[in-house]
Design a protein around this ligand. Structure first.
Ligand SMILES: Nc1ncnc2c1ncn2[C@@H]1O[C@H](COP(=O)(O)OP(=O)(O)O)[C@@H](O)[C@H]1O
Ligand SMILES: [Mg+2]
Length: 251
């Protein structure tokens, strides 16, 4: 079943057809790998779906509702969340408070409104559960700025997860981390999809990661969808191997 469906969605920047009438489908419960060389249009497509950008044309339907004209906040409330290619954390706050703040924001509360210790307790308990799920519970009281790169990426995903989305976009969750740190990050992403009721779209440059973890892969090139299939189908797809894989592995 389609959780998300774009119909001929378009975003041009001057002469650059960043996203050119794209029909993109995400099915309920899958972990979808979105690949394509630099400039293919991946981030722009995600920005259109999450509401950071308005499309020039086309339609975006999420969970049965047309969200094309909704704001970022309305879409978060509907259940669309994302993490960023460059992590988006409050470095001067603790790991725990980064997650707690997201939970407060999700609930539409401010700290002042929730001065009641009991309410704070519920938020901190939930933050603790999220950190445990992400293997960060021992770092709860550290400043986010003091985390190692792999842990920062994990916390960034944890913060997006704390919004309790139905659909989670992860823009390069393993970029800039060592090969050794990639598997733990992707194992947790897989676990929140398999047992956390989340559907995930992962933009990823590391082809080993994409082929290992994706249920399905969509390959973009110059603003259009070049191929769509299982990892096996994409691996064998000649258009993908010639246009894409040679170039992404280099950069
Ligand atoms: N805000 C913008 N203004 C102008 N051009 C942009 C903007 N954002 C993206 N582009 C261009 O659109 C194309 C697609 O970019 P992007 O979606 O970031 O690709 P990817 O994420 O696949 O690397 C690129 O040519 C990029 O330079
Ligand atoms: Mg990008």
């Amino acid at each position: 079943m389609a959780l998300l469906e774009t119909t001929r969605v378009r975003k041009w920047f001057g002469d650059t057809h960043a996203v050119d009438d794209v029909d993109f489908v995400v099915n309920q419960g899958e972990l979808l790998g979105l690949i394509g060389s630099n400039g293919a249009g991946k981030t722009t497509l995600v920005n259109l779906i999450s509401g950071l950008l308005r499309p020039d044309a086309g339609r975006i339907v999420f969970d049965g509702a047309d969200v094309t004209r909704q704001s970022v906040h309305e879409r978060i409330r509907e259940g669309i969340a994302r993490s960023f290619q460059l992590v988006n954390l409050f470095d001067q706050m603790t790991v725990q408070d980064n997650v707690a703040l997201t939970i407060f924001a999700r609930e539409g509360k401010t700290r002042r409104m929730t001065a009641l210790a009991e309410r704070d307790r519920a938020v901190l308990d939930e933050a603790g559960e999220v950190l445990q799920r992400f293997g960060l519970e021992s770092k709860a009281r550290m400043l986010a700025g003091g985390l190692a790169q792999g842990e920062r990426k994990l916390l960034d995903v944890a913060v997006a997860y704390a919004l309790r989305p139905k659909l989670l976009f992860l823009d390069e969750p393993t970029s800039g981390v060592s090969t050794r740190e990639k598997a733990p990050i992707m194992d947790i992403v897989t676990s929140i999809v398999r047992t956390g009721g989340i559907t995930a779209v992962v933009i990823e440059h590391d082809m080993d990661v994409v082929f290992t973890y994706s249920d399905r892969i969509v390959a973009m090139h110059e603003g259009t969808i070049l191929a769509d299939g299982t990892p096996e189908e994409i691996r064998r797809n000649e258009r993908v191997t010639t246009t894409l894989i040679g170039t992404t592995e280099a950069g």
